[in-house]
Design a protein around this ligand. Structure first.
Ligand code: TXA
Ligand code: MG
Length: 340
């Protein structure tokens, strides 16, 4: 299959993406978090092509994307007060709400669960494409399963060229890590995946929010996890990663002490000069976790074009969007984490 690269400022590109989706094809679309691999969420056969293109395990459900709030009532019969308050606070934006699903959602989307993840993205191109398709769009991150997520159209082409109908090039993603996944399907709101909306922001609207333990630690294969995606090795470059958490100065010292000739380093900007002999990718200043979120997946992917045999990564603390950056780094490291 030839994968078209569509430029949204070209006449007819958005309409073409919408037509491909409406016809049951898979299209890469930019969102404010990461690129998504979209298909008609109401068409099981279309959705199965997403799983095939990604090599995604079929027990891992997909998020359904809508362009306008009212579409939520087509996807779930149970829009609680809490869901409305969350949506008013953070939609359109980088947050997915898990609710009991309506019967129109194919099992391929929900992976057999009785819930569905719903997201109203803020990216104008994402919303225009969803509107042009005329249906809700199921979309996981547009990477091969297990690889770092994609934050540019070039990343998507790297993983998906020849496997999907088209990619819409919307430039680099503004948030850079995926949406926050919060479940309102149980008695107490539960954070299943940290992301663009912080835990503190959720708590400001919901009060108490439980934090799934799969966010901070490795969960064994035998354990039932709330978000199936959290149990898989994820975000991993080819070379093994070690995440170094704690005080950044002590972390930089630790990394310096353990480098070999072929070590790569992911570090905060102010420490780059410490590692001039290595291949280094900086991800923003230590106190700027929003910048780190934008840079982290590109940095993880970049090492695959080099000969580094191991990667040392400075890891931010858990405040704000730092919780999401730290989660992605720890997962990329298979939870091989050093606390300094
Ligand atoms: O920012 C994002 O959320 C991006 C963009 C494209 O919107 N999408 C994304 O999708 O990250 P994906 O499939 O890579 O990650 C979705 C996560 C997985 O961990 C999945 O297990 C979980 O959300 N999830 C989806 N539906 C769920 C459900 N009904 N119950 C529990 N977890 C669910
Ligand atoms: Mg993903």
């Amino acid at each position: 299959m030839k994968t078209l690269l569509l430029h949204p400022d070209t006449d007819g590109a958005i309409a073409q993406a919408g037509e491909l989706l409406a016809a049951g094809q898979v299209v890469g679309i930019p969102t404010e978090t990461v690129y998504g691999l979209g298909a008609n969420a109401l068409d099981g056969a279309a959705v199965r092509q997403i799983f095939a293109a990604k090599g995604r395990p079929s027990d891992n459900p997909l998020i359904v994307h809508i362009a306008d709030f009212e579409q939520i009532y087509d996807l779930t019969a149970q829009v609680s007060d809490a869901a409305v308050r969350l949506a008013q606070a953070y939609w359109p934006g980088p947050m997915t709400i898990i609710l009991p699903k309506a019967s129109c959602i194919p099992d391929d989307v929900s992976a057999g669960l009785d819930t569905v993840g719903i997201r109203l993205p803020s990216h104008p191109i994402a919303r225009a494409v969803i509107r042009a398709a005329g249906v809700p769009i199921a979309a996981p991150s547009a990477n091969l399963s297990g690889r770092p997520s994609t934050t540019t159209a070039a990343h998507v082409m790297e993983d998906m060229d020849g496997k999907i109908a088209a990619v819409v090039d919307g430039g680099a993603c503004a948030v850079g890590v995926e949406s926050t996944v919060v479940s309102l399907a149980g008695n107490v709101p539960r954070l299943l995946r940290p992301g663009g909306i912080s835990l503190e922001q959720l708590e400001a609207v919901l009060g108490t929010v439980e934090v799934d333990r799969a966010i901070r630690q490795q969960i064994g294969d035998d354990v039932q996890v709330s978000a199936p995606g959290m149990k898989y090795r994820h975000y991993a470059p080819h070379a093994p990663v070690t995440a170094v958490c704690g005080d950044p100065v002590r972390g930089a010292d630790y990394i310096s002490d353990h480098l070999t000739k072929t070590s790569g380093v992911i570090c905060f900007d102010e420490f780059a000069t410490r590692f001039e002999t290595q291949i280094v990718h900086t991800i923003g200043r230590a106190d700027d976790s929003a910048a780190q979120a934008r840079a982290i997946f590109d940095a993880l992917r970049a090492f695959d074009h080099t000969d580094v045999t191991e990667i040392w990564a400075q890891c931010p603390d858990d405040s704000g969007i730092g919780l999401a950056v730290a989660n992605r780094l720890k997962k990329a490291a298979g939870f091989h984490v050093i606390e300094v």
